[in-house]
Design a protein around this ligand. Structure first.
Ligand code: NAD
Length: 476
């Protein structure tokens, strides 16, 4: 772990193993933090805030965050190899994650000296203005799917606004976050401003319930988000929750089906679809169904599986537990009448047998309201449900407890706008799912996908509190 500017083992000496999911074997021992380590990290963060991190001229934070971004870019290969080994994702994708992490620090370096307040007119004899002040210590509880990218998404705005951070990576994968802390120190960020306590569920719970923290950002599952919100309530601490999704991808018959199918196949390959935004719930207009399924099946059939470090199209899922969860969903789906067009099982090839590989899977005839159609699978499985009308497409799109992202494919602007305004989701993406510069776009959930916004200038609102100052300078 990394506390008060230094790498350290846990106070108890306990460790756990980091597993390479491509071969199912341990490759590192990691410190297992407990409450005493969390206490030490929170105390270090408190000292750092009291010693003036928040009071620095903001331009100094701008320079440090930019230096950190530069170091991330310089060390891309090293960080990507670590991330690929830890999570299982193809090296190329891990390199994109490092670039995204650097992008977060660059973006929030750009706004660190622009955290403006406002002035409010009260008439002659008065001046009134607001100050946006940091919250203090931000706890960042990070999932395993994009450790470096998602940690940076929260840590960059937290630091930019003048907060100190205690991060808790997931036990399944999070070694890159310790390297991020090394690089932050190298970039000149003072000791105690950014701490990392490694460990699992108990370590996270000790951090979430710590009376010394002032804020929590959490990304992960709904049940854990609820537990964290309850812990935060006891200390009256604000939370930002990003709790995943079940993102619909609505394909109308008039769409560019080739492009839509290529995007669907690539979101399946991206981190083996262990991505909160992955549009894994395909809603196909009946007239496009057969053609789209054929196009997509051809692309999925060509996906090469392999160890992340060998740069295949798709790697394993992160852990044995996750593999069994995903296979369990596939089994439940077939009981409900879904049919596998491609895939549907653990990968069979001998060289993949020791790892946690699942065949890229396309399941057709998935019933509305079935478990497969309602719950976040978080693995390489696309489900297909058909619709007849615009109204039905909207009803199905809105028919889960989640609301993170909605994809829409059509050449008809009126249809696209009707869906965009009717769906309950934090983002809508029309005729394309990824875009360069997406860091600037506010991101977050409706419904059980969570609340609060990450990314973009909006993210700063989650890391600051507003103080109003009224001055009466007129005659008494
Ligand atoms: P999780 O939500 O339990 O874990 C995420 C993080 O929270 C980890 O760092 C974990 O150690 C920590 N944590 C767990 N319990 C905690 C507690 N009580 N208090 C504080 N911190 C705690 O997720 P999981 O069990 O690893 O995965 C289960 C499912 O969650 C996945 O199958 C997937 O559906 C979903 N998930 C979503 C995302 C996302 O990006 N939205 C990421 C990971 C997992």
């Amino acid at each position: 772990m990394f506390i008060d500017g230094q790498r350290t083992w846990s106070r108890s000496g306990a460790t756990f193993e980091a597993i390479d999911p491509a071969v199912g074997q341990a490759f590192a021992n990691v410190a297992l933090g407990d409450k005493s380590d969390v206490d030490a990290a929170v105390a270090a963060a408190r000292r750092a805030t009291e010693h003036g991190w928040a009071g620095l001229p903001p331009v100094r934070r701008v320079r440090m965050l930019n230096r950190l971004a530069g170091l991330l870019r310089e060390r891309t290969r090293e960080l990507a190899e670590l991330e690929s080994l830890d999570v299982g994702k193809p090296l190329r994708q891990a390199e994109d994650d490092v670039a995204a992490a650097a992008g977060y620090f660059e973006f929030f370096a750009g706004v660190a000296d622009k955290v403006f307040g406002s002035s409010i007119p009260l008439g002659q004899g008065f001046v009134d203005f607001t100050l946006r002040e940091p919250l203090g210590i931000s706890a960042q509880i990070v999932p395993w799917n994009y450790p470096l990218r998602l940690a940076s998404r929260g840590i960059a705005p937290a630091l930019a606004a003048g907060n100190a951070v205690v991060a808790k990576p997931a036990a399944e994968a999070g070694l890159s976050i310790i390297r991020l802390a090394d690089l932050a120190a190298e970039a000149g960020i003072p000791a105690g401003v950014f701490n990392v306590v490694t460990g699992g569920r108990e370590t996270g719970a000790a951090l979430a319930s710590h009376p010394g923290i002032n804020h929590i950002t959490f990304t992960g599952s709904v049940p854990t988000g609820i537990a964290i919100m309850k812990a935060a309530a006891d200390n009256v601490v604000p939370v930002t929750l990003e709790l995943g999704g079940k993102s619909p991808n609505v394909v109308f018959a008039d769409a560019d089906l080739e492009r839509a199918a290529a995007t669907s196949a690539s979101t399946l390959m991206q981190n083996a679809a262990q991505t909160c935004t992955a549009p894994t719930r395909l809603l196909l207009e009946r007239a496009a169904h057969d053609r789209f399924v054929e196009l997509l099946a051809k692309r999925i059939g060509a996906i090469r599986l392999g160890r992340g470090l060998d740069n295949p199209d798709m790697g394993p899922v992160v852990s044995e537990r996750q593999m069994h969860r995903v296979l369990g969903y596939i089994t439940a789906g077939s009981r409900d009448g879904a049919t596998a067009v491609t895939g549907g099982a653990r990968a069979q090839a001998a060289e993949l047998a020791a790892g946690y590989f699942i065949e890229p899977t396309l399941l057709d005839r998935v019933k509305r309201g079935s478990v497969l159609e309602q719950e976040e699978i978080f693995g390489p499985v696309l489900t297909v449900t058909t619709f007849e009308s615009l109204e039905e497409a909207i009803a199905i799109a809105n028919g889960t407890p989640y609301g993170l992202v909605t994809g829409v494919w059509t050449k008809d602007l009126s249809k696209a706008m009707t869906v965009a305004t009717a769906v309950k989701s934090g983002q809508v993406r029309v005729n394309g799912y990824s875009v360069e510069g997406s860091i600037g776009l506010p991101f977050g959930g409706y419904k059980r996908s969570g609340f609060g916004r990450e990314q973009g200038v909006e993210a700063l609102a989650g890391y600051t509190q507003v103080k109003n100052v009224m001055i009466n300078y007129g005659p008494a």
